[in-house]
Design a protein around this ligand. Structure first.
Ligand code: SF4
Length: 746
């Protein structure tokens, strides 16, 4: 069902003036929900189909070009992820393209690492420098001493470079610093990680449970559209969040849980479902194993038991459990995305996965679906990639560490950069499109580790903080200026979408495919980059299936044959586990020394007078990737710290003059680290024991002239983290801050 523009907008609009928009933005930010504003004439003389990269959802776009400039960007109605609509960030992409602070030419460091002194050089000089420095590392320490950090579609070229080069050390913070615990938990329970987009059927759910997932502020386009659709059809929301999020504003039940106690709430919900036989008895008997152990495990985990732990009254726990159970199997427990909170995150996600099984929602309409992938072969290489030995990935502290990690741990790669690692030390980093300074916890340690490197190259569009630490900075063209590989993630209806150059690269920026290919030829690996360019690469991949490049380029997307996605459509319910059953009680976890069923363990409390620091998203921004975007800054210029208005009245140090709404404060964490001054948002929409910041602000990169110094950085205040022993994720909600008036000593 297609959504009306207004229906879609309603979801996001409650937050910070954010909204999803069906038509594009020009260099002015026109009224968001006021369609009659006259169009300033932005329809292009040329319209180019591509897919967006203002976040990594990959919505299909149509970019309008007039007089050589991109004038607006609209959603491609044929593309299954955008369905004709974009979120505000996607529509505001011209703010990135025409950002005056973009990296314009290659840079080479001319001072100590960390001192922002660079010289502009030619591409030849920059790439020769990268090649010779990598070869020097190889000579002294081996090929595996080079690591790649990557995020984003263009990373595919550099991953291929690493395969040819011969190092297994390729990681993305989007795993151990984001969705890793979820992937490990669902792999234990169902035999498969979830990936992105998550295989969930929000549109057809009758109950949608969000635990710490603030969909609507987290603007993953299709999911927000489906949320609006589901609410329009009468679905009820259950929102578990210490903050009254946008989604909470739409919810039938809001459970303002005490941070760190979600597992207790999940166990109490299971207790009610089992005790009142609200779970799917037949489904559980047929498809799961370990129910009896689960039943005994939750027998005494009553709502009364959970109340003093979670702060949620027993009658609210019961009522919400009955609502969730009453809607099964179309009762969706959203798995969340940013799941690294307290170090026991795989177990929390396990509890969510088990709850989904009790509801019989795995494999059913309105629950978890089976997605399929467009069958597109890889580019045929003329020969096998060179074999350089079989060095283990250096991301674990010891063999067998974090046994259920399903991807490489970026934090582990950082650790392996400090001399004395159990396996071997990393000596060179290539960092593609990810600002590790904001993404990783423990900034002082990160800085120390970077000082041990022989060499670091950064490939990026903007001069993010990480670029300031590089030895060579390579300016990449924005996604509107480059061809790339296709996007073909598993989805309800398989599809393949094209990324193509809308306008030629500005300045001296180059596309990622070109940079990787040029680098490969300089280190003797040119044979493994046989394509002429990215167009040739994509054309060859498509030709193997008899598909026309021209047709894909024109339409932007090709759809594959529909396949059944759920039991109601004929897809079998099942798990890809060893037994073929959904694992409630995990012998695997037990064998590894972990709890076979999720158990609640109290979290450490903060010092008196402090607040637990929580972070999240705003609909107008993708973390630090968009904070310098002047278009998006107009409606959301910087973050503010959410602080409970009652708690603010009792703040120590404010006895003489109470803190006013909008006044600037400084956050000081348990280790004495101070944030930038940030405005206080005094509100009843958050519990009194925590504060909330939108992630990505508080930039320290001076070359991003708009973002520099604006707002406060939760990453800077995250000097502590708790590592998940099961999969190595870095739980970051374990920091506490005091609030002091800006300009006053702590
Ligand atoms: Fe772009 Fe928004 Fe889609 Fe992300 S969700 S890809 S920013 S339009």
């Amino acid at each position: 069902m297609a959504l009306g523009r207004r229906q879609f907008i309603r979801i996001g609009a409650a937050a910070a003036g954010g909204a999803a928009v069906a038509s594009g933005l020009t260099t002015r930010w026109w009224g968001l929900d006021r369609s009659p504003v006259p169009d300033p004439g932005t329809d292009g003389e040329r319209v180019v189909a591509s897919y967006c990269e203002l976040c990594f959802w990959g919505c299909g776009i149509r970019a309008h070009v007039r007089d050589g400039r991109v004038t607006k960007i609209t959603g491609n109605p044929e593309h299954p992820l955008s369905r004709g609509m974009l979120c505000p960030r996607g529509a505001g992409a011209t703010g990135l393209l025409y950002d005056p602070d973009r990296l314009k030419r290659p840079l080479v460091r001319r001072a100590r690492r960390g001192e922002d002194v660079f010289e502009e050089v030619s591409w030849d000089a920059a790439l020769n420098e990268v090649a010779s420095r990598l070869e020097a590392v190889e000579k002294r320490h081996g090929r595996e001493a080079v690591a790649l950090f990557t995020h984003g579609s263009g990373g595919v070229w550099f991953k291929h470079f690493m395969k040819a080069w011969g190092s297994p050390n390729v990681g993305a913070p989007s795993y151990a610093q984001c969705r890793g615990p979820r992937e490990a938990a669902f792999t234990v329970t169902y035999g498969t990680p979830l990936g992105s987009p998550e295989p969930i059927d929000i549109a057809n759910a009758r109950a949608i449970t969000l635990i710490g997932s603030h969909l609507g502020e987290n603007m993953h386009n299709t999911q927000v559209q489906e949320l609006a659709e589901a609410i329009g059809k009468g679905a009820g929301l259950v929102v578990v969040d210490p903050r009254f999020s946008v989604a909470a504003g739409k919810a039938r039940y809001w459970l303002p849980v005490k941070p760190g106690t979600d597992i207790a709430l999940l166990l109490a919900w299971m207790n009610v479902l089992v005790a009142e036989k609200l779970y799917d008895v037949e489904y559980v008997a047929k498809y799961t194993q370990g129910f009896e152990e689960l039943r005994r495990h939750v027998e005494d985990r009553t709502p009364e038991w959970a109340y003093p732990i979670t702060g949620i009254r027993p009658e609210l726990i019961r009522a919400s459990a009955r609502f969730i159970g009453g809607a099964r199997p179309a009762s969706l427990v959203h798995p969340g995305r940013h799941t690294v909170w307290y170090g026991d995150d795989t177990q929390r996600e396990r509890a969510m996965a088990i709850l989904a099984a009790l509801l019989g929602s795995w494999g059913r309409r309105g629950g978890y679906l089976t997605f399929s992938k467009f069958p597109l072969p890889a580019f045929p290489l003329p020969a096998d990639l060179p074999h350089h030995g079989s060095a283990a990935v250096a991301d674990r502290p010891k063999a067998g560490g974090y046994p259920l990690a399903t991807e490489v741990l970026a934090s582990g790669l950082c650790d392996a950069t400090k001399p004395g690692h159990a396996l071997y030390d990393l000596k060179a980093w290539i960092v593609y499109g990810c600002n590790l300074v904001q993404a990783m916890p423990g900034r002082p340690e990160l800085v120390e580790k970077m000082q041990h490197l022989d060499f670091m190259a950064v490939v990026d569009v903007l001069p993010a903080e990480i670029a300031g630490w590089a030895d060579v900075v390579l300016p990449e063209a924005t996604y509107l200026e480059r061809d790339d590989d296709v996007s073909a993630p598993p989805y309800k209806r398989p599809f393949v979408a094209i990324r193509q150059e809308v306008v030629p690269p500005m300045y001296d920026a180059k596309p990622g495919w070109w940079i990787a290919k040029e680098l490969a030829s300089r280190v003797g690996l040119g044979a493994w980059f046989p394509w002429k360019d990215a167009k040739d690469y994509v054309r060859t991949r498509l030709a193997q299936k008899g598909l026309s490049y021209e047709e894909l380029a024109r339409k932007g997307v090709l759809l594959g044959a529909p396949a059944p996605t759920c039991e109601e459509e004929g897809a079998p319910v099942g798990a890809a586990t060893e037994s073929g059953k959904i694992v409630l009680y995990s012998e695997e976890l037990k064998g590894l020394g972990f709890d076979p069923l999720p158990t609640y363990t109290p979290q450490e409390e903060g010092p008196a007078g402090s607040f637990r620091l929580l972070s999240g998203r705003a609909p107008l921004h993708t973390f630090g990737r968009t904070t310098n975007n002047r278009l998006l800054a107009e409606p959301y210029p910087e973050n503010e710290v959410w602080l409970n208005a009652d708690a603010a009245r009792g703040l120590p140090g404010f006895e003489d003059r109470p803190l006013a709404n909008g006044e600037k404060v400084v956050l000081v964490n348990q280790d004495g680290v101070r944030s930038n001054p940030v405005r206080a948002k005094l509100t009843q929409r958050i519990r009194g024991d925590c504060v909330f910041l939108v992630h990505g602000w508080g930039q320290t990169a001076r070359r991003q002239r708009y973002a520099y110094g604006r707002g406060a950085s939760d990453a800077q205040l995250t000097t502590r983290y708790k590592v998940d022993p099961i999969m190595g994720g870095t739980g970051m909600n374990v920091n506490f801050v005091r609030v002091v008036r800006a300009g006053e000593a702590a």
